[in-house]
Design a protein around this ligand. Sequence first.
Ligand code: G3I
Length: 318
Amino acid sequence: AQLDIFAQLAGKKYFGTATDNPELTNASYVKQLENVLDFHQLTPANSMKWENTEPTQGNFTFAGGDQIVEQAEKHGQIMRGHNCVWHQQLADWVTDGNFTKPELLAIVENHCGTLVRHYRGKMYSWDVINECLNDDGTFRESIFFNTTGTDYIGVALRTARAADPHAKLYINDFNIEGQGAKSTAMINLVKSLQKEGVPIDGIGVQSHLIVGEVPSTMEQNLRDFAALGVEVAITELDIRMNLPATPALLQQQKEDYTTVITACQNVPECIGVTLWDWTDKFSWVPGTFAGQGAACPWDENFVKKPAYAGIIEGWLER
Ligand code: G3I
């Protein structure tokens, strides 16, 4: 039976999915993507990233991102923008340009400002800063950090605020699902931004998880983040396993999806959950982790796995 998750939530939290432009040519895929009983929100997996939006300096291309926004608008799905500043899928001209600190800060300002302004009024939120921390809690040595220290973070956030005052501005990262060094570093980063008067509205908890290994401190960690006075979102949820998928693994995966959804459901400031695509057919996992996959709630043939029922259970638990 199809359950209208949105009605159950009474509009309080969203549930959504990443999608990507090549996938929109698959009619069966699009049919489920447009099912607003399941998905109230979309995130572009690739088309708003730097290499796709400013492939050469000052030349902006928004066609791919615009297509995802139009897709979402057809059925009133809200959008998360992803992302302004990331060390991956970055245009080569940025990495190889040997820019000085003032030059690179101006480049960040121009990129974030132009990108966020283009989608002004159309985005619920933006992942302004993506993956700026290492797992040990130190700052990642990206071209941005190596050239500007942490100054690029404030510049990007202030620029995004000016470009679209209504969009919620996020810092987004992985391995911050449970308590630990990286989550503590995220808390310290947000505190220091707040102290400096830099706008920051949310922490994005990516949640690329492994079956059987959902951190036991996840709900408390979301509360710790929320205690900063920001909202939190599960932004890129998938739960991978070693292949082949067995009934036992699929059952554990179902329970793991319930655990994650319940954590968000139980924390008032957790505003929503986004799958990092809903079907195993288009999951990034097998391409990155050899021998692993089956991470999504729908299988490669768009058939619901036990995980789907696990998600419903999570939303209904209270
Ligand atoms: O666009 C090219 C295409 O021209 C070429 O023919 C093809 C051949 O490999 O590659 C295409 O680029 C791929 C791109 O996705 C678009 O499909 C890249 O190889 C591939 O590496 C890239 O992967 C993306 C990945 O980010 C890059 O790190 C995934 O789709 C995307 O889902 C993934 O998303 C990230 C989030 O943005 C941040 N958090 C982690 C998450 C998973 O890595």
